[in-house]
Design a protein around this ligand. Structure first.
Ligand code: F6P
Length: 346
């Protein structure tokens, strides 16, 4: 007998979500009698009984589209006292056999809890532009975001050069410096600042002035949204810190950094925050292929009843890892990558 499998997309959206949805549906077409049900807006769809059948026809043409046709939210299934019973009611009403949860750290942590504490039969798929999920070499979404950053850095390079300015480019990544490091290396940034390495403003200004003396009349700095000044050289007052490092919503370090650099070096400095542009657009070829492989594998994990596990990329192969391993800790920027970035500072 065929299976009835729900799929949801939770947390911040990213390129490749539609590719993964399509892949799950297309793989299910090979398992006779199976049906895929789209759960709208992450966990909220199960709480509010917002579930729609996903047919092969419904997913036709969505592979290259950004965003998610299912919508998303950051609703946690354990946050409301009646959420779990409501999820169970929706589950029974639609006679679900399993759930595929596509998400980043928050969504997959909730999935792990729903499996451990409530025995909801589910498997996970990793997506995030931040690349901060442990257990997989890469999620999908990261590669496209890095390409977007690279393109922006290229564009900002030419205007910085024309005006002989320092350009500070702020990028996302939450508490990990992956987007900044990859985007900065790919775009040829002169300085890259990441959360893993608190920065010294005096050193940055020294490098910029030295570049100027040596005839480079412009400079590019890529700064991650959670990069911090070294405590010994903190130039941010309390109000600025409260504004930049908000819980669950970072942003603003680029502005304060640019202001400080200009004040100290007297070199004209501008900033640009790339923001949500990094989450939008068509997925890269790498992300389309990875999301498609994840979707196919996740449906096969459902057939094998690998509950509480997540599909992962290990080297060049698909693998299954316990959700526990994926969400135990944040995957911080690899030191080897930072070392490469550092070679080009100044
Ligand atoms: O996790 C993805 C991400 O885009 C982070 O890089 C960023 O800090 C955060 O989400 C922004 O979240 P929201 O969509 O809630 O503003």
């Amino acid at each position: 007998m065929g299976l009835r499998v729900g799929i949801l997309t939770g947390g911040g959206d990213c390129p490749g979500l539609n590719a993964v949805i399509r892949a799950v549906v297309r793989r299910s077409c090979l398992a006779e009698g199976s049906e895929i049900l789209g759960v709208m807006n992450g966990w909220r769809g199960l709480i509010e009984d917002d579930v729609k059948p996903l047919t092969r026809r419904r997913v036709a043409g969505i592979l290259p589209r950004g965003g998610t046709i299912l919508g998303t939210s950051r609703v946690n299934p354990q946050d409301g006292p009646d959420f779990v019973p409501r999820i169970r009611a929706t589950w029974e009403r639609h006679r679900l056999d399993a759930l595929i949860v596509t998400g980043g750290e928050g969504t997959l942590r909730a999935a792990r809890d729903m499996w451990h504490e409530h025995r909801l039969p589910l498997v996970g798929i990793p997506k995030t532009i931040d690349n901060d999920l442990d257990g997989t070499d890469f999620p999908f979404g990261f590669d496209t975001a890095v390409n977007t950053v690279m393109e922006a850095v290229d564009r900002l390079h030419s205007t910085a050069e024309s005006h002989h300015r320092v350009m500070v480019i702020e990028v996302m990544g939450r508490h990990a410096g992956w987007i900044a490091a990859y985007g900065g290396i790919a775009g040829g940034a002169d300085i890259i600042l990441v959360p893993e390495h608190p920065f010294r403003i005096s050193r940055i200004c020294e490098l910029l002035s030295q570049r100027q003396r040596q005839g480079s009349a412009f400079s590019i700095i890529v700064v991650a949204e959670d990069a911090h000044p070294h405590p010994e050289e903190n130039f941010l007052d309390e109000a600025a810190e409260a504004e930049i490092y908000r819980r669950g919503r970072l942003g603003g370090i680029g502005f304060y950094l640019a202001r400080e650099i200009e004040a100290r070096t007297k070199i004209e400095t501008r900033h640009a925050n790339l923001g949500y542009v990094q989450r939008g657009g068509a997925p890269s070829a790498f992300d389309r292929v990875l999301a498609t492989r994840f979707g196919v594998k996740a449906f096969e994990m459902v057939l094998e009843k690998r509950w509480g596990e997540m599909v992962a990329l290990r080297g060049s192969r698909m693998a299954c890892v316990p959700l526990d391993d994926a969400v135990r800790k944040i995957k911080h920027l690899d030191e080897e990558i930072y070392h490469v970035a550092e070679v080009f500072f100044g």
